[in-house]
Every structure is written in structure tokens, then in C-alpha cells.
Design a protein. Structure first.
Length: 569
């Protein structure tokens, strides 16, 4: 007989892959205490391994409140001690607490944009605001609203919340977050229901708490204004009909008088027939002269039309030449392939020239990538895009610029100066929506900053890929009524991750059976489905989905989508 170590199936069945065991200790009841951590979050957890019906099982839920544990120790049959760098925990082992008991989610405060409080108190789970206070009607000018909420669970600081704002029952729940505050801005008129629910450290969810309110329409979209518009239109039509009838009546009177005069002349002055003939001949000559004048005018119009056609040709030729210049300014596939081995670009301008552009540059150990959407499309958008490409190229060469967030701050300053944007009300709101990231090709760390353009990253986890969305700041590069510093966000990439950068032209396209927008969530689903395919197949499927949705509808905006596989930088 040989003594052997055999890998127990409990490890792979109950614990995640790459779980690191920090402490393994036998308890007085012939059970085991386990202290381990998962490489994903690097946060140690405590678990009890017990035997039931001849099989070992792992129980983690009662100990989830412990945070950053360094060691555990069982004291007798009833006590468990756990310690981290700041806290010593004492836990009664035979605690029969029911971890499925639900806590209540409380809605504590509701405020408007001008800091006026419309509700302060407590609305608890399972009880809507309609039962506590009347349905609040809010003027359209105050269509920014914020909510503050809490959970009646005080074990640790790991309460999480999920919320949604429903209008026509078409909104899904948000991802779980530890923030107990949510703000909505620029709401359209209509009735809304805000719902929020919480879950405690043990993962037990509360019943949702709801609050219903109504945003009133602006004065120019109220029913009585529409009624006024209809009444004014009726009066205008009535006045036009009356004036036209009066004019026709006067014309008939005038024509009757002429006929009477001509009849009287013919009856009483037969001798003047020859004179009338001479008169007709003069009229004929005059008509011939008019015909000559009309012919001259027709020739002039023909010549003017010819000149217009020539000018149109010059304009179209100029725009086509501008397109060549813009294409030359964009990095070619050959240039990009020297820096990125696996990528694809979908670039479909709405007009001849585009307000969208993409940017690829290497700076030291960093690969700089950008996708931008300038205000407008066609010639105005193209001019702004060319200027923005030049500004971005200069900014990333500045040694004082150390990350994408500082690059966007510098771009905003230059763009505002170039466009003479002094105040938000005086400007035409020209600006740039952009996703800008820098990838360290040595350790695959990613720095990102965005202006209204999020960044999607897909990663294969088992058979089902996951998609990670890195949100952008809700402001453009340019003048904005709520300017704030751009936020730098960091992410650790892995080999074979897919990075997707895009403008809003793809998901703003109208089409489908109901002529509606494609929407960002549908684009997210497509990217998740195709992310494991080859670059060539991804591009074909994404482009086919867009063309199928658009159908015979006109393209509404410039379309740009840049896909990069993290591989061999």
C-alpha cells in the first residue's frame, strides 16, 4: 500500500477556478475552516466545510460580512474568531440566524434640480408613494430629479441597490451598485415611476419601493396652446377665403364693365371696325414683341441653368476632393496593421465627407486609439473633424499630457478657443463626442477617458462571453452648461479581449418594421454574440445587421465602429 494525495472534487465543484487557499484548519466537530481568496477580486473570504450524508459541502453565506480577513481561529465549540488589519470579529458558531429574511428598502429624499425638496421622509418596500402622498406634478423647467434611498440592513457596508425609471413599462433594472443616490436629467413630459430595491451582504433582495410623478409639458405643448393654434389656423383660412372671394367679385364687376363698354362701342360705332382691325394688328405686333422677349428670357434662363450646373459640378468636385483629403488624413489599414495585428473598421459617411474620424498612434510604450463624432455631418462636420484630428495629434505629442483625461481637457481648451466659445448660450454648441484610450503594450493596462462615448470590452468566460461597459462623462469636448473635469478610468486587459469603439450613428439609425432607432442595447447584444468570431466574420455580421435594419430608409448619420483584438501589439 502507498500513501497518496488525491485531489478532492469539492475544490472544483464548490470553488471558482484559481481560488487561493490561505488557511485550512480542522474544527472541534471534525469540520474544517477555510480561508481563501479569488484572484478576480483579491478579497479573502471565510467558509466552513462540513460533512452531510457522507459528502463534504461548503457554506460561505454566514461569513460574508467579514472583510479582508487574515486569519481565523475556533475557540471551543461555540466561538469563531476572525481578524484583519483593523478589526477582530467574534462569531457565535451555533447562530441560527435566518439569512433569507428580507430587509426593507427606504426612499428617504426626492429633490429637483434647484435643490428644492419635494419629498423627505420614509417610503418603504412594497408601499408606493401614491399611498403616502399625492401624485406630484412637476413643471417642465424643473425636469431634473434626484432620489436618495437606503436599506434597513446594517451588517457591514456592502448593501447594494438596483433601480429603474419606467415610462410605458419599458425600462429594465440597472446593474447593482453601492451608491444610494440616483439623478435623472432632461426628462420628457409624461408619467414616470421610479423603482429601487436593495440587497444586503448575504445577497437577499428587498421588495422594490416605488414613487410615481408626472413631468408637465412645456407651455407651448399644452392642449390649450394646440387649441389656440387650431383656432388661429381656422381664422387665417377663413380670412384668406373671404379676401379671395372679394377679389373675384371685384374682378367680375370690372370684366362686366369692360364687356358693356365694348358692346356699346360695337353697336354705336360700326364705322370704327377698321380702326379696331388696326388696333388688333397693333396688339398682334405687341404679342410678337412679347414672344421675342419671352424667347430672350428663355435663352437667358438656359444660360443661367448652364452656369448653375457648372457651379454645382465645381462644388461637387470640391467636396469629392475634400473627401480625398479627409481619407488621406485618416490612418490607412496598412498603417494600422503595423501597430495592431487583428482589427476591423466600419466607416460609412452619411454624405460625401464625414464628421466622424478614427485615430491610431504609438507614443513610447503606449498605443493611442480614438473614435470621435464631431457636431453635424457633411461639409460642416468634415471641417470640424479635420480640425479635431489636427488638435488631437498635437495634444498627444505634448509631454505634459500624461493620460487620456488630461488630453481631453487640453482638447477642450483648444477647441473652445478655436471656435470662440465664450459662453454656452452664445455658442452654437459645436463639440466633439470621443472615446480616447491608451494601451500599455507591455502590461496590457488600459487608460480611458470619454466624452459621451462609452467603451465596450468583451472577454470569453467559459462558453458565454461577458461584455464590460466603461461609461463616458456626459459632456462633449467643447462648451457645455455643466462642464466638469474628465474622469480617467483604468482597466486591465487580457489576451484575446475585444475592444469596441464607436460613434452613435450605428444605433441611432431608424429602420426595422416600426421605423424605430436600433438602440445601444441591440448593438451590445450583437457585439457579445460575434466577439468570439474572427475579425473578418465580425465585420461582415455587424455590417449585415446594420444594412438589414436600415433597409430602404435613408442613413441618418455618419457610422463608425472600430474593433480591436488584444493580440500581438
Amino acid at each position: 500500500d502507498k500513501t497518496q494525495f488525491i485531489k478532492d472534487k469539492l475544490y472544483t465543484a464548490e470553488l471558482k477556478k484559481n481560488t487561493e487557499i490561505l488557511q485550512f484548519e480542522k474544527s472541534s466537530e471534525n469540520n474544517f475552516w477555510l480561508l481563501a481568496k479569488e484572484t478576480e477580486n483579491n478579497n479573502p473570504f471565510v467558509a466552513k466545510i462540513y460533512k452531510r450524508n457522507g459528502t463534504f459541502h461548503i457554506r460561505k453565506k454566514p461569513y460574508k460580512r467579514f472583510s479582508g480577513i487574515n486569519a481565523v481561529y475556533q475557540d471551543g465549540d461555540s466561538l469563531l474568531w476572525a481578524i484583519n488589519s483593523k478589526t477582530l470579529y467574534k462569531y457565535t458558531i451555533r447562530n441560527n440566524k435566518n439569512f433569507k429574511n428580507k430587509a426593507s428598502c427606504l426612499l428617504r429624499k426626492i429633490s429637483l434640480v434647484n435643490d428644492s425638496v419635494i419629498f423627505s421622509g420614509v417610503i418603504s418596500s412594497g408601499k408606493s408613494a401614491d399611498e403616502t402622498s399625492q401624485n406630484v406634478k412637476i413643471d417642465y423647467i424643473n425636469n431634473d430629479i434626484s432620489f436618495k434611498f437606503s436599506l434597513t440592513s446594517y451588517e457591514g457596508n456592502k448593501n447594494e441597490y438596483s433601480y429603474k425609471l419606467e415610462r410605458n413599462n419599458k425600462k429594465s433594472w440597472s446593474i447593482w451598485t453601492e451608491s444610494n443616490f440616483k439623478e435623472y436629467t432632461n426628462l420628457y413630459e409624461g408619467k414616470y415611476t421610479f423603482s429601487v430595491k436593495g440587497r444586503n451582504v448575504y445577497g437577499t433582495e428587498s421588495e422594490p419601493v416605488k414613487y410615481t410623478f408626472e413631468i408637465l409639458p412645456p407651455w407651448y405643448r399644452t392642449w390649450y396652446l394646440y387649441l389656440t393654434y387650431v383656432i388661429l389656423l381656422i381664422f387665417l383660412i377663413w380670412g384668406f377665403v373671404k379676401l379671395n372671394a372679394k377679389r373675384l367679385e371685384q374682378d367680375n364687376i370690372r370684366l362686366d364693365n369692360i364687356v358693356k363698354e365694348r358692346t356699346a362701342e360695337i353697336s354705336t360705332q360700326k364705322e370704327e371696325i377698321q380702326t379696331q382691325a388696326d388696333y388688333l394688328e397693333d396688339v398682334n405686333n405687341e404679342l410678337n414683341q412679347k414672344n421675342e422677349e419671352i424667347s430672350t428670357i428663355a435663352e437667358n434662363l438656359k444660360e443661367a441653368n448652364f452656369k448653375i450646373n457648372i457651379k454645382n459640378k465645381y462644388i461637387i468636385d470640391s467636396i469629392n476632393y475634400a473627401q480625398k483629403i479627409q481619407k488621406a488624413a485618416l490612418p490607412s489599414d496598412t498603417e494600422i496593421s503595423k501597430l495592431i495585428s487583428d482589427f476591423f473598421i466600419i466607416y460609412k459617411p452619411k454624405d460625401i465627407v464625414s464628421g466622424d474620424f478614427y485615430f491610431v498612434k504609438k507614443r513610447g510604450n503606449y498605443l493611442i486609439l480614438a473614435v470621435a463624432d464631431c457636431t453635424g455631418h457633411g461639409v460642416p462636420g468634415g471641417f470640424l473633424a479635420m480640425m479635431s484630428m489636427a488638435v488631437l495629434s498635437d495634444v498627444i505629442q505634448d509631454p505634459e499630457i500624461t493620460n487620456p483625461a488630461s488630453a481631453l481637457e487640453k482638447m477642450r481648451t483648444v477647441i473652445k478657443q478655436a471656435l470662440h466659445q465664450n459662453t454656452y448660450l452664445e455658442s452654437q454648441n459645436e463639440g466633439i463626442e470621443i472615446a480616447l484610450c491608451a494601451i500599455n503594450i507591455k502590461d496590457l493596462s488600459l487608460d480611458y477617458a470619454g466624452a459621451n462615448h462609452p467603451l465596450f470590452i468583451t472577454r470569453q468566460k467559459g462558453e458565454e462571453p461577458e461584455i464590460i461597459e466603461i461609461d463616458a462623462d456626459p459632456q462633449p469636448v467643447g462648451i457645455h452648461y455643466k462642464e466638469k473635469p474628465f474622469e480617467l478610468k483604468q482597466f486591465q486587459l487580457q489576451e484575446n479581449d475585444m475592444i469596441y469603439m464607436f460613434s452613435d450613428g450605428y444605433f441611432d439609425q431608424f429602420g426595422g418594421p416600426n421605423k424605430k432607432k436600433f438602440l445601444l442595447n441591440n448593438l451590445k447584444k450583437i457585439l457579445k454574440e460575434v466577439s468570439s468570431e474572427s475579425i473578418k466574420i465580425q465585420k461582415r455580421k455587424i455590417l449585415n445587421a446594420f444594412n438589414s435594419w436600415k433597409g430602404s430608409n435613408k442613413q441618418v448619420d455618419d457610422v463608425l465602429l472600430f474593433g480591436i483584438r488584444v493580440k500581438n501589439f
